[in-house]
Design a protein around this ligand. Sequence first.
Ligand code: ATP
Ligand code: MG
Length: 588
Amino acid sequence: MKNFLITTLRENPQDAVVSSHKLMIRAGLIEKLGSGLYHVLPLGLRVIRKIENIVREEMNRSGAFEFQLPLLVPAELWKETGRWTLIGKEMFRLKDRNHNDLVLGPTHEETFTHLMKSLIKSYKDLPINVYQIHTKFRDEIRPRFGVIRSREFIMKDAYSFHVDEASLEETYQIMRNTYRRIFSRVGLETIPVEADTGAMGGSGSEEFMVPSQIGEETLLINEDMSYRCNVEKAPVIYNHLHKEISEEEIKFLQTHIKKIYTPNIATIEDLAKYLNKKNEELLKTLLYRIVLGENQEKLVMILIRGDRQLNETKLKNYFQAIEVYPASEKDFEEIGSVVGYAGPMNLNTSIPILYDLSVATRKSWITGANEKHYHIENFHPVLIDKNWSQYLVDLAIAKAGDLDPNGKGVLKEIRGIEVGHIFKLGQKYTKAMDFSLLGLDQKRIYPLMGCYGIGINRTMATIIEQNHDDKGIQWPISVAPFEIVLIDIAKNQEEKDQVEEIYDSLLKEHFEVLWDNRDVRPGVKFIDSELIGFPIRITIGKNYFENQEIELYIRKTDQKYLVPKQELISKLQSIREFLFSLLPNHDL
Ligand code: ATP
Ligand code: MG
């Protein structure tokens, strides 16, 4: 350790708010350079390399091939797929000396598709799964939590190519299992959850989530964890939906619909209070702009129950839109409406209206009258459109307490950090980049693709989120910077020689041991060993020099043993085995 750069700190860095960030800085694993930019120090790099090697071993075991592609990518590739304009400021762009546009790769679908197009000449070469473990750049709006969201980070990104759906499905399943093995081996508990597939639809996407208070993702799970879904995707299930309204009911509505005076009552909450109703008896009217392409936008009205929130991802997918965003006050005015009193009746233009499923939970509603201070009661969409139920779609955010789509009770919400993502891409990239092959029957086919990412640095940080206490990190043995730290309290040269002899015998047995032979007080060594989080600590001190007994300490379980010198090796071996047995199982 004397020859190793140990830069531990006693104080938390000022800008760190989450445990992993604080501990990574304090243990001397990383050092900040700028916003979202971190130096990896030697101790930290040992962890990164171990995670990378586990990922590499499992990817190779699955049959994937490792590559290394340039980080700088010519803009032409991104123009072919349209993502040059579709991806916003998150992508770092630059020009070379000849004024050519380049991208610092935020992901590599384009580059790998381009490369495979030139390498793969026959359908017989498929399926193939190719990957790299390399740097990615993203100019994140809000880099934060240390390396959990940084602007430069390491990703394992894999891309598979297939002649048909069955082959893609096979590799997708292999990757699901590979991910389970990887996260298990690095000591990380993850929950695979169904994720949004965007315009692709279907069930072809899973995110591997680390449950955590600081997670940016909201997950919905049922009691026995058989249902696990990102809130972006989770459907909302209602007990009863009334999709048919009888002639009698329509008559009733027609004769009872009326304007009501609601002075200065412009929010659902105020309206509920004023009318002594529940939020779920009121209809909310939203106005959204849907971006379908360059200079191609439309205005849409969405009706949703007063107690429900709009899920913008669902709205975006419904229109296969590039982006959706709330309309402006001016937009309300232009259609003859008023913010706070908006509704579907008496507009001066006809605009498309979508009804969230929740609209079918009642047969009569209170909604805005498009006139300041007024609402309407006994409204139902059938009054303005007989075919209203065709525009009845699930657009709401699912939440805790909602019915489990699998029919097992209700859902609960947890927060999660996404560490990995597997995704069926289909032919999006091969078609855009014109990568086709002659298939078995001499027909041209565009290969189907899958993509599979894991954030290496984020994985490292989340392992710490899950494995620490107030003294420091508790590394799972598989990714610890060193498995063992050896601390000696030798007082003279003779004792030092005895320690060195033991240290050498450990090295000879191939134990990964770091000897803390620094000229610092033993107290400092103990504190540092717990901060850095070595899984096993060997102490050679008074017990040894007087009784030939060596102290072993397991960081994770806080267990201590005194063992005679001749049993040291076998005891260490069994502790190692025990620590490997603590790694989580992944059977979800
Ligand atoms: P997020 O929603 O957190 O931004 P993403 O959906 O953009 O993630 P992907 O494009 O699927 O992420 O990238 C694959 C993996 O790369 C993620 O699962 C995550 O582990 C990692 N990753 C993505 N962005 C970052 C970042 N800014 N810093 C560190 N790791 C990242
Ligand atoms: Mg992102």
